[in-house]
Design a protein around this ligand. Structure first.
Ligand code: CTP
Ligand code: CA
Length: 226
């Protein structure tokens, strides 16, 4: 039938995308975070919806308009992001971990605003849960896409993260390259799988790159289903 011939590549697939940067509280008015704008994650969510996916965007502290047809769950911290992702996990087909998750959080966030005291102040941090690694260990049919922003030794770190986190694809970029990195509308990325480099994309808009990555994931998923 007509509908079948024109079926979109992600029709019937549940796609979960995490975007933005987590905030880890020090006290009610202060926190630790990072420079992630969420643009790459939003572009991936938009692309996944355009390709027919049923998309949930887990957004941490972004200031972007949600893409059309995408369900948005807002979170603040790494812990909240993990809980949201876990809540979607059992029927997730593709998890796209574009978010910049804080590696550490203050050990004991204060419930009242801290007062200044001595000339120095020490903040004790403890490691956050690695969301991708934890879910990667529980992977059944889920297709996992990890991200890595690096300043050096991109391929080595990309392959290490891909293996350690049990990812199907790892999208890496060298943030020192012109046109790549935080806040801007373009990116330069390379994609790796367990066998090594799959493709190096040229300088692209984050929207175009999002589409290329989701198309690659859709074709890999279709190949695996055969
Ligand atoms: N990630 C995650 N949970 C964390 C840290 C990272 O899910 N606590 C995910 C990111 O969303 C990304 C991938 O893991 O998809 C790689 O993140 P990155 O920060 O590059 O890797 P780390 O393992 O934290 O290594 P490092 O920061 O030391 O380079
Ligand atoms: Ca990290």
């Amino acid at each position: 039938r007509q509908e079948q011939r024109t079926a979109l590549p992600l029709a019937g697939k549940k796609v979960v995308v995490t975007a933005g940067g987590t905030i880890e509280r020090i006290d009610p008015v202060r926190y630790i975070s990072n420079d992630s704008s969420g643009k790459m994650g939003y572009a991936l969510a938009k692309a996944a919806a355009e390709l027919g996916g049923e998309v949930t965007l887990i957004a941490a502290n972004t200031r972007l308009a949600p893409p059309a047809g995408v369900r948005v769950l807002s979170v603040e911290s790494a812990r909240e992001m993990y809980e949201a992702a876990l809540g979607e996990w059992s029927d997730t087909d593709i998890l796209v971990k574009a978010a910049a998750v804080a590696d550490y959080r203050p050990k004991t966030p204060a419930d009242r605003k801290l007062k200044k005291t001595g000339e120095t102040m020490t903040l004790e941090l403890v490691k956050n849960i690695d969301i991708l690694e934890t879910l990667g260990k529980q992977k059944t049919r889920q297709f996992l896409i990890g991200f890595a922003a690096e300043t050096n030794d991109v391929e080595q770190y990309a392959m290490d993260k891909l293996r350690r986190k049990n990812c199907d694809l790892l999208v890496a970029n060298d943030v020192t390259r012109e046109g790549a990195g935080f806040g801007i509308d373009t990116n330069v990325a390379s994609v790796y799988d367990a066998n090594g480099l799959v493709t190096s994309f040229p300088l692209l808009s984050k929207e175009e790159l999002g589409l290329r990555i989701m198309e690659l994931a859709a074709s890999r998923l279709a190949g695996a289903a055969k």
